[in-house]
Write a protein that binds this ligand. Structure first.
Ligand SMILES: *[C@@H]1O[C@H](CO)[C@@H](O)[C@H](O)[C@H]1NC(C)=O
Ligand SMILES: *[C@@H]1O[C@H](CO)[C@@H](O)[C@H](O)[C@H]1NC(C)=O
Ligand SMILES: *[C@@H]1O[C@H](CO)[C@@H](O)[C@H](O)[C@H]1NC(C)=O
Length: 228
């Protein structure tokens, strides 16, 4: 029965496409954790730094677990841990390793923000900070995102210099383009002026001789004989 076979294949193909779509669009559907665009952060020792983290899920959440961990070449620790009951409540911290850490985010009003601030930074705070989230409402689906923090004694001006160089180059190129345009304009202007002058000379020299005649071009031709 070839008809039945085909009939069974078409829905399967649809299902396949649908599943592929789900894989291609996970951002808008299931649990996601984000630490923003800057995943490499520099901070000066003695200051404080915000380590951003937000999560989202289309399915909503219930008793969501979150956790910040620290990992460097020689240490691993859980910094802070807590739960969020639902969309209408703020996070409840159940464990905190360090007094210098404060949970600053809010999970009310769809902010879903579980950022932390780390105060009195020390050089030893350099390392990877990972924000983990687990959603029981989504079959305990987990997701995490990592920031690399580097504590320095002062912020280097390298970035600035690079920006300045880029700006200078861009500015230079734009300036050069403008200059080229100006030069082109100038050359065209000069060419036009010289041409006009030439024409003017012809016109004026011919005009001196016979003003009554209407056509200057033909006059120029006629001019030499009249002068002789
Ligand atoms: C930064 O670290 C150095 C060396 O440990 C220390 O002497 C200095 O006081 C620190 N700066 C601040 C602002 O804490
Ligand atoms: C910590 O990071 C190192 C690499 O820097 C990695 O090999 C190790 O598995 C990490 N540990 C944990 C618990 O994530
Ligand atoms: C999360 O909350 C902190 C503290 O209020 C704020 O500085 C940060 O901008 C928030 N992040 C986002 C993505 O809203």
């Amino acid at each position: 029965m070839p008809g039945a076979g085909d009939g069974g294949k078409a829905p399967a193909r649809w299902l396949g496409t649908g599943l592929l779509g789900l894989f291609l669009l996970p951002v808008t559907l299931s649990l996601e954790v984000s630490v923003g665009k800057a995943t490499d952060i520099y901070a000066v020792n003695g200051t404080e730094i915000l380590l951003p983290c937000t999560f989202s899920s289309c399915f909503g959440f219930e008793d969501l677990h979150f956790r910040w961990t620290y990992n460097s070449s020689d240490a691993f620790k859980i910094l802070i841990e807590g739960t969020v009951k639902n969309e209408k409540s703020d996070p409840k911290v159940t464990l905190k390793d360090d007094d210098r850490i404060t949970l600053v985010g809010s999970t009310k009003e769809k902010m879903n923000n579980i950022s932390i601030v780390l105060r009195d930074l020390e050089f030893s705070d350099t390392g990877k900070y990972t924000c983990h989230v687990k959603n029981p409402k989504e079959n305990n689906l987990q997701h995490h995102a990592t920031i690399f923090l580097q504590v320095v004694d002062r912020l280097e001006e390298v970035d600035n210099t690079v920006t300045l160089i880029i700006l200078a180059v861009v500015g230079g190129v734009i300036g050069l383009l403008i200059l080229i345009l100006l030069i082109k304009k100038l050359i065209i202007f000069i060419l036009k002026k010289t041409r006009e002058k030439k024409k003017e000379c012809l016109v004026s020299s011919s005009g001196n001789d016979n003003t009554e005649n209407g056509l200057p071009g033909s006059k120029a031709e006629e001019k030499p004989p009249s002068k002789v």
